[in-house]
Design a binder for this molecule. Structure first.
Ligand SMILES: *Cc1c(COP(=O)(O)O)cnc(C)c1O
Length: 464
């Protein structure tokens, strides 16, 4: 089916509402997902695949369909998400993929970890949301659990639903505490796409069309502590206050960029010297991904504020949060309604997060990430020797890794070749020079070896 024909077979919503149709459509999908997976008919599966494509074209965004087509060598571009377990995903027609993308770091525990699913189900049968008026035990308990995992004197927390909300909250807290408005962030850094976080982002494509954003934000090269000092010094000299320095411990979206070892310790020193807050955006690096519980643990640094998201919800429920010290949190006490959310930190999300944390500790996911990361790097060294004109380099820590290619074109060919060999990775047409490898921390060595075989086969078949 072409994009044009999908749009022209549109049967819904030409211009007016159709309440009966809305009802029927909702009920049909509920019936389908209530059918045991083995009993979903071939006909229904085809219907799902086809209508998903049409619904994307008619009701979500045609651009996604064009994008998928552009990053895919085969006709698989309309693959329909349907079922997952551990590191394996199956589309609705039963085509099986190895997941090396991990939902961009969301699936650290693998897809549908049984213990996390069970905890969420248990809480669903009690109370999935809060009354908003009584004290909620799950949120308070989770805050205690996380306070005991975080470094130094980090103690208080606020929960929300998405990573960008965690960053927004951290920015508000820094402004309230310091009474200043400026921030320093990094080039190629990623912190989310709502207007506040977007102000920090280090890429013009997402920022420029939306200017003006927050005032007083300056971006400096990642990994360059001297650049941070220069801006802090200049801002102080001219009287522009900097509320916080917001940095990812290891840049995720930019392609697993690891800073020099003295970077984080120096950021800590500089923030102390210039009396500004150090904000670690651990949305992607947190909870074991890089081989330690938190990214900053690699350098034994305690930030003033930490932001969490993605894997915090155990890959089951959307969950995020920001945490800070008692001293800083005090500024939120006179009016605890200064920052609120109706659904953030709901009991369902807290149950999933607590189960996710117990799984991380029981299965020692940080150690698993560190060991599997070492293993993959060893294998990347072999691939680089075998295909020096294709695999230029690799980088990262734990299971936040990236392969680096000499050109966008070669990277794109690898990404498309892997996709056609049923390996999901994060490779895009616009920035294909690096492909992120970010599997579940629970991934088996068998699956990693199978992935590596497919990478080898892809590279062996690239024609220049
Ligand atoms: C993904 C990400 C975010 C944004 O999280 P969303 O849930 O997509 O809003 C923020 N910071 C970092 C470091 C991220 O990787």
């Amino acid at each position: 089916m072409t994009l044009e024909s999908a749009t022209s077979t549109m049967t819904t919503k030409p211009c007016d509402r159709d309440v009966q149709l809305a009802w029927r459509e909702a009920q049909r999908m509920i019936d389908l997902i209530s059918t045991p997976e083995a009993e979903v008919s071939e006909q229904d599966r085809k219907w799902i695949a086809q209508t998903t494509y049409q619904n994307f074209a008619n009701h979500i965004n045609k651009g996604f369909l064009e994008y998928r087509k552009s990053v895919t060598e085969t006709s698989d571009f309309s693959l329909t998400d349907w079922y997952g377990e551990g590191s394996i995903m199956r589309d609705v027609l039963g085509r099986e993929f190895i997941d090396m993308l991990g939902g961009f770091g969301l699936y650290s525990h693998g897809i549908r970890h049984p213990k996390i699913v069970a905890a969420a189900k248990a809480q669903l049968d009690r109370s999935p949301q809060y009354s908003q008026e009584m004290l909620d035990p799950m949120r308070a308990h989770l805050a205690k659990v996380i306070a005991n995992l975080t470094p130094g004197d980090i103690q208080y927390g606020f929960f929300a639903n998405s990573g960008t909300e965690a960053v927004e909250g951290a920015m508000k807290l820094a402004k309230l505490y310091t009474g200043r408005k400026g921030f320093i962030s990094t080039l190629s850094g990623f912190h989310g796409k709502t207007l506040g976080s977007l102000s920090l982002i280090g890429k013009s494509v997402y920022r420029e069309p939306l200017l003006p954003l927050l005032e007083g934000v300056r971006q400096v090269p990642f990994g360059d502590a001297d650049a941070v000092e220069m801006v802090l010094h200049a801002a102080k000299t001219v009287g522009d206050g900097i509320a916080g320095v917001v940095v990812e411990p290891i840049q995720g979206e930019a392609g697993a960029v690891v800073p020099p070892d003295d970077y984080w310790p120096r950021l800590r020193e500089l923030c102390d010297k210039y009396d500004t807050l150090l904000i670690a955006d651990e949305v992607q690096t947190g909870f074991g991904r890089t081989g330690k519980i938190f990214g900053v643990d690699h350098w034994d640094v305690t930030p003033d504020i930490m932001c969490f998201g993605k894997a915090l919800g155990g890959g089951v429920v959307a969950m995020s949060g920001f945490f800070s010290t008692a001293k800083i949190w005090k500024c939120l006490e006179p009016n605890p309604f200064m920052h609120t959310t109706t659904t953030g930190g709901n009991p369902l999300a807290c149950a999933a997060a607590m189960a996710g944390i117990t799984v991380m500790l029981e299965e020692d996911l940080p150690r698993q990430a560190a060991e599997k990361g070492e293993y993959l790097i060893g294998r990347f060294i072999e691939l680089k020797e075998k295909y020096p004109h294709i695999l230029q380099d690799f980088r990262g820590k734990g299971l936040l890794l990236a392969m680096i290619f000499p050109t966008d074109e070669i990277g794109y060919k690898v990404a498309a070749g892997l996709f056609s060999r049923r390996v999901l990775t994060a490779g895009t047409l616009t920035n294909a020079r690096s492909i992120r490898i970010e599997p579940a921390l629970t991934v088996s060595y068998e699956i990693l070896d199978e992935m590596l075989r497919r990478v080898d086969d892809t590279m062996a078949n690239i024609v220049f």
